[in-house]
Write a protein that binds this ligand. Structure first.
Ligand code: FPP
Length: 242
């Protein structure tokens, strides 16, 4: 990796392709999800090592509840079993979650809450796992929270700003992603962080998630480094640091 590489502060990932990776090998889909967890561990440790401060991964969408009950059950089991390790302690990584957690089984909720509490003082990087998450759910939930404040007289509708919205978003504790990576070949966003990716660089790769490794991560960051982020300004303004 070049010394002068600019490392994104926040990387968001849509980890797609586990099922197809397993199918290619004549294995059940869950074999792909298990391999996906191994990849997630490797990429989490690598992101922390190179200086990423926030990593947000899409593990289970609101729409994934419509998958066959057996696959949902196996995925929930995998969430519990895969979180029981020292990755977070060894690397000083804080674990957080976003999503409609009340829909998750009680034992999953308890495991997540326990880990969030245990790692809350870790500071090197924060990994946020989106579980039972969709952006439209998050925005709906946010609008409800704001509406309740207006209804109770705590907030005036005319005082609502972008900052009010961010503060009431489930993911409002972190900055927007600088780079969004999607593996698995599809060029779409699938209801993921729609508000937050307004100015993110988007990187799509055909590599299935279980095959995504440190080298592929660096390729994505190299792509990010080829982009000049203008946030609506002109090239000249950006170059002058305006
Ligand atoms: C997409 O592949 C992947 C998922 C729906 C699940 C990703 C989950 C993990 C890697 C494990 C999560 C565990 C923790 C602890 C966060 P797909 O099944 O949609 O693949 P396909 O598009 O090839 O069918």
């Amino acid at each position: 990796m070049s010394q002068r590489m600019n490392i994104p502060e926040h990387i968001a990932i849509i980890m797609d392709g586990n099922g197809r990776w397993a199918q290619q090998r004549g294995k059940p889909r869950n074999y792909g999800h298990s391999a996906g967890v191994d990849t997630l561990r490797k990429i989490t440790a690598e992101c922390a090592r190179i200086g990423v401060k926030y990593l947000t991964v899409y593990a289970f969408s609101t729409e994934n509840w419509n998958r066959p009950a057996e696959e949902v059950k196996l995925l929930m089991g995998l969430v519990i079993s895969s979180l029981d390790n020292s990755l977070f302690d060894d690397n000083n990584i804080r674990f957080r979650t976003i999503g409609d957690k009340k829909r998750l089984p009680k034992d999953v909720q308890d495991t997540l809450q326990g880990l969030e509490e245990r790692t809350k003082d870790y500071t090197r990087m924060t990994i946020t796992v989106a579980l039972s998450y969709s952006s439209r759910w998050e925005l709906t939930d946010c609008m409800q929270k704001i509406a309740y404040q207006v209804e109770s007289g705590k907030l005036k509708a005319s005082d609502i700003t972008e900052q009010t919205i961010i503060e009431n978003m489930n993911s409002g504790f972190q900055p927007d992603p600088d780079l969004l990576i999607r593996t698995g070949g599809d060029i779409r966003i699938s209801n993921y962080m729609l508000w937050q990716i307004a100015y993110s660089e988007l990187y799509f790769t055909p590599i299935y998630w279980p095959d995504f490794d440190e080298k592929e991560l660096i390729k994505a960051i190299e792509y990010f480094n080829t982009k000049q982020r203008r946030f609506g300004m002109t090239e000249e303004q950006v170059e002058k640091g305006l």
